[in-house]
Design a protein around this ligand. Structure first.
Ligand SMILES: *Cc1c(COP(=O)(O)O)cnc(C)c1O
Length: 427
């Protein structure tokens, strides 16, 4: 008698789906073992940053009101700067999400007449409205900031010729998105980002290179700030919050640029000096501490999902064997039904809200209806097991997270079961 199989069965996973998954997992053992070295490296890097900055119990105390002299907040920013090997960092609960952090980093460091260049194609959907690529109230375009874009070449490589042509006397800031976002292009490795930054700085040394680091933190030993990025930006309800951060974003980078971000976030003259942490600092520290192992769990889940759906004949990015540079797994189902069934399965496997059925809706910032599955402890957290897909061609689902691999595995099996139950897939 196999009680684990019975437990799975009682939680909606048939023997057939279970066996199919276990056959695939067997083959992945070496691959999983190989992730450990990076996890260990990053875990030690985080601990060293906390030790070097003398993190103490007093850092976890709550502040209210203006938040002057918030030791925990200031030290956490030093810890982030140490982890990312930058001069400074801004890490705040007042930064509401990743889009906000990116909007902040951009708007703080450009002025009317400046141009922003994206040399890696279209940026993440929500940034289109920040920049004004899609007309939007309050966009940078309204402030007289222009935008230019150079797409990746057909084979995913950089269009160096085009980038050289696009850089001009107005180009103030280059935005580089590490992760694929809602696209099926490959994610950029840190090494490739470094190559791109050297090329750009070779043409215009004083241009600011900003990297949208969302979903990339701790996947590799190095971060974009180790290879020349002037600012790296991300969300605390993704990788670096380790699942414990209840809110927040970070920007790590050059001191002068971070200072501008602080003046923009709070107010000219006040900058970093204000911003109470209301008692959440402990979670931000502990989340950062857990982040390297949480990212490993999420990566294992992505690799497991890639191998399952690749075996079933679907297009998966990255594929089952290639190296990983973020925690996202894209699976193209080619039909709305496939995307919806996958998300229903992920939702049904959650510890929270497993009884609700997700439906596509018009989320702010996106140009198509989006279905999202997330039964998360922190609302909308996508370092927790989650899946989302815009209901538009090519009908791909983007799957990420999993605070533990055991949960990620269950979620992926449950999604497969849902596709089988709805007769979209036959095993
Ligand atoms: C998630 C994400 C963002 C935006 O972050 P939100 O926290 O959802 O606002 C920006 N860029 C990329 C690549 C992302 O994955």
């Amino acid at each position: 008698m196999n009680t684990l199989e019975q437990l799975y069965e009682s939680m909606g996973i048939s023997k057939q789906v279970y066996d199919f998954g276990m056959e695939i997992e067997k083959v992945l053992k070496d691959r999983f073992d190989n992730l450990k070295e990076t996890t260990t490296y990053n875990q030690l890097k985080v601990i060293k940053a906390m030790q070097d900055n003398q993190v103490s119990e007093a850092c976890f105390a709550a502040t209210t009101g203006y938040g002057y002299n918030d030791l925990g907040r200031d030290k956490l920013e030093d810890v982030y700067a140490s982890v990312f090997h930058t001069e400074a960092a801004l890490v705040r609960p007042q930064i509401t999400c990743g889009t906000h952090a990116l909007a902040l980093a951009l708007s703080a460091n450009v002025r009317p007449g400046d141009e922003i260049l994206s040399p890696v194609g279209k940026p993440y959907d929500t940034l289109e409205e920040v920049i004004g690529i899609r007309p939007s109230k309050g966009s940078l375009a309204e402030y007289g900031v222009t935008y230019s874009q150079v797409n990746l070449l057909e084979d995913g490589s950089f269009d160096f010729e085009g980038i050289k042509k696009a850089i001009n006397e107005k180009t103030k800031l280059v935005t580089i998105q590490r992760s694929k976002g809602y696209q099926t292009r490959p994610t950029l490795s840190v090494a490739r980002i470094g190559e791109l930054i050297s090329f750009i700085k070779g043409i215009k040394p004083d241009v600011i290179c900003m990297v949208d680091n969302c979903y990339g933190e701790f996947v590799e030993k190095e971060e974009p700030s180790d290879v020349g990025a002037d600012m790296v930006v991300g969300s605390l309800i993704k990788n670096p919050g380790g699942g414990l951060a209840p809110i927040g974003g970070y920007i790590a980078g050059r001191e002068d640029l971070i200072e501008m971000c602080a003046y923009r976030l709070t107010s000219p003259g006040l900058g970093k000096e204000v911003g109470a942490t209301l008692g959440i600092s402990g979670s931000l520290y502990q989340g950062l501490f857990l982040a390297p192992t949480v990212v490993e769990s999420a990566l294992k889940g992505s690799i497991f999902a890639a191998n399952i759906y690749e075996k079933l004949g679907y297009q998966v990015v990255p594929n089952g064997t290639e190296s990983r540079h973020d925690i996202i797994q894209a699976v193209t189902f080619g039909s709305p039904e496939g995307v919806i069934a996958f998300c229903e399965g992920i939702q049904a496997a959650a510890p929270v809200d497993s009884h609700v059925v997700p439906e596509p809706w018009a989320m702010p910032g996106y140009d198509a209806d989006v279905i999202m599955a997330a039964g998360a402890f922190v609302s909308g957290s996508s370092i927790e097991l989650s899946a989302d897909g815009p209901i538009k061609e090519p009908y791909a689902v983007y799957f990420q997270g999993g605070l533990t691999y055991e949960h990620a595995r269950y979620g992926i099996l449950r999604s497969l079961q849902q596709l089988v139950n709805k007769k979209i897939i036959t095993l």
